[in-house]
Design a protein around this ligand. Structure first.
Ligand SMILES: *Cc1c(COP(=O)(O)O)cnc(C)c1O
Length: 432
C-alpha cells in the first residue's frame, strides 16, 4: 500500500502549521526554510505530500541502512510492544537490553565488555566524556580534565559534545567562551603522504598538554558533520600510541561510521585499533528509534569505580528502552547475514563511477567516497534551497550543508537508484 496524496488544501494547511509552530533542526522560527511533508516510507523511497516518491540519499541522517518499512524490523517492534514498551532501567532489567549488550560486546573490538545504553548519540558522547573524567579521578588524576581532539570533528549538539566539535568552522563556534576548553590538534590528512607530518604535530600537542589531558575523542576514518573529511587508518594507530604513551583514554565516536558504513563493521577495524571507549548510535536501530550505546573496557570500569561516587553518574529516563533495543537486535540480525559487505562495496562502486566525472565540473574542488558515502565539495557554500529542488527534480532527497553535497544512502539501494543519486548530486552541484 502506498500513501495517497494529501489534498492540496490540507497539505498547505499542515505546512502552515509546521511553519508557525514546529522548530526544525538548525532552523529559524522567524524565517523558516521550506519543509516537505512525508506521508510514507518503504524500501529506499519516501512518499511526499503530493504523492511523489523520492529515493532517500540520506538514510534519514545515516540511520536507515536497511531501508524503510522493513518486515523484520516492523515485526520486532510489534512483538516488543506487546510484551513491554518501556520500563525504568534503575533496579529493573529486561531481555532486549541484556541481549543487545551481549551482541554489541560480541561485535565490538575485543576487550570492550561493558555497555551503557544512552538515548541519543549526543548523550552517549556526554556519557563517554564523563566516563573518561571519572576514570582519571579514580586512578588518582583529578587534574586531568581536558580532552584532546582534532579539528574538523563533530560529536553532537549538547554542551559537552559542542566542546569537542570543531571550534572554528563548526556550527557551535559562537559558544566557544562557554564551553570546556579542550585541546585541538590539526585535522588528520586526506592521504597517506600527510600522515608522518600530521603524526608529529599530533604528538607535539599531546606532549605539551599531557599533564592536563584525560583522553582523546575522535571520529575514526570519516569526520562526518564537521566536514565529511576522510583520513587514512594509519592516523588511528598514531592516536592509539599517543594515548598509551601519555596515559589517555581513547574514545572512538563511531556514531556515524559504525555498522558497516565505511566498509568494515566498525571503522576502527581498518586500523586494527581497539579503543578504551566506543560510542555507537545512528544506524544502531536501523533508523527506527533513537538509541545509542557506550562500550568500555574493564580497566575503565574499574578505574571509574574508584572515583568519589564509585558509580557512573548518569541515567536517562528512557535508558535501555525495550522497543529500541528490540529493533536494534533485529537490525543486528539483518547485518549478521553479512550481506551488508557486498551491498556497501556495490554502493561504493556505483558512487565512484557516478561521482568521479563531477571532478571536472566548474566549482567542484573535490570528490571523495568511502564505503557507502559519497561527497562532492564545492568552492562555495551550497545554496541549499536550489540544490534540494534540483535533486528532487531528479527524484532524490538530499540535504547538503556548508560547501558539501553528499549522500549516505541505505545499503540496500539498487545500482539504478545509486545512479539516480549521482545524477541528482550533479544537478544540485550545477545550480548550487
Ligand atoms: C550524529 C552524530 C552524533 C550525535 O548523535 P545524535 O543522535 O544526533 O545526538 C555524535 N557523533 C557523531 C560522529 C555523529 O555523526
Amino acid at each position: 500500500m502506498t500513501a495517497s496524496p494529501v489534498a492540496p488544501a490540507a497539505l498547505e494547511s499542515l505546512l502552515d502549521l509546521d511553519r508557525a509552530h514546529v522548530w526544525h533542526p538548525y532552523a529559524s522560527m522567524t524565517d523558516p526554510a521550506p519543509t516537505r511533508l512525508v506521508t510514507g516510507a518503504r524500501g529506499v523511497r519516501l512518499t511526499l505530500g503530493d504523492g511523489s516518491e523520492v529515493v532517500d540519499g540520506m538514510s534519514s541522517w545515516w540511520a536507515a541502512i536497511h531501508g524503510y518499512n522493513h518486515p523484520t524490523l516492523n515485526a520486532a517492534l510489534a512483538r516488543q510492544a506487546d510484551d513491554v514498551a518501556h520500563v525504568m532501567f534503575g533496579g529493573l532489567t529486561h531481555e532486549p537490553a541484556i541481549r543487545l549488550a551481549q551482541r554489541l560486546v560480541e561485535l565490538a573490538p575485543a576487550g570492550l565488555e561493558h555497555v551503557f545504553l544512552a538515548d541519543s548519540g549526543s548523550v552517549s558522547v556526554e556519557v563517554a566524556l564523563k566516563m573518561v573524567l571519572q576514570y582519571q579521578r579514580g586512578v588518582g588524576h583529578p587534574e586531568r580534565t581536558r580532552m584532546l581532539t582534532v579539528r574538523g570533528g563533530y560529536h553532537g549538539d549538547t554542551f559537552g559534545c559542542m566542546g569537542v566539535c570543531d571550534p572554528v568552522g563548526g556550527m557551535h563556534s559562537m559558544f566557544a567562551d562557554l564551553l570546556p576548553r579542550q585541546v585541538f590538534a590539526p585535522r588528520p590528512p586526506a592521504t597517506e603522504d600527510g600522515v608522518a607530518a600530521w603524526a608529529a604535530a599530533f604528538e607535539e600537542v599531546a606532549a605539551e598538554h599531557a599533564h592536563e589531558l584525560a583522553g582523546i575523542v575522535v571520529e575514526p576514518l570519516l569526520q562526518g558533520a564537521g566536514g565529511m573529511y576522510v583520513y587514512p587508518a594509519a592516523c588511528l594507530t598514531v592516536m592509539r600510541e599517543v594515548a598509551d604513551r601519555h596515559g589517555l583514554v581513547l574514545v572512538l565516536d563511531e556514531i556515524a561510521t559504525g555498522f558497516g558504513r565505511t566498509g568494515t563493521f566498525f571503522a576502527a577495524e581498518a586500523a586494527g585499533v581497539v579503543p578504551d571507549v566506543l560510542c555507537v548510535g545512528k544506524a544502531l536501530t536501523g533508523g527506527y528509534l533513537t538509541l545509542a550505546a557506550v562500550l568500555c573496557t574493564p580497566r575503565i570500569a574499574a578505574g571509574l569505580s574508584h572515583s568519589e561516587s564509585g558509580v557512573l553518574m548518569h541515567g536517562p529516563t528512557y535508558m535501555g528502552n525495550p522497543l529500541a533495543c528490540a529493533v536494534a537486535l533485529a537490525s543486528l540480525d539483518l547485518l549478521a547475514t553479512g550481506a551488508w559487505r557486498e551491498q556497501v562495496a556495490r554502493v561504493n562502486a556505483g558512487l565512484e563511477a557516478g561521482l568521479a566525472p563531477l571532478r571536472h565540473l566548474p566549482g567542484v574542488v573535490d570528490v571523495r567516497t568511502l564505503g557507502a558515502v559519497g561527497v562532492v565539495q564545492l568552492d562555495h557554500p551550497v545554496d541549499v534551497g536550489k540544490a534540494t529542488e534540483a535533486a528532487l527534480g531528479h527524484g532524490v532527497w538530499l540535504r547538503p550543508f556548508r560547501d558539501l553535497i553528499y549522500t549516505m544512502p541505505p545499503y540496500v539501494t539498487s545500482d539504478e537508484d545509486v545512479a539516480s543519486i549521482c545524477t541528482a548530486i550533479e544537478a544540485a552541484a550545477v545550480v548550487a
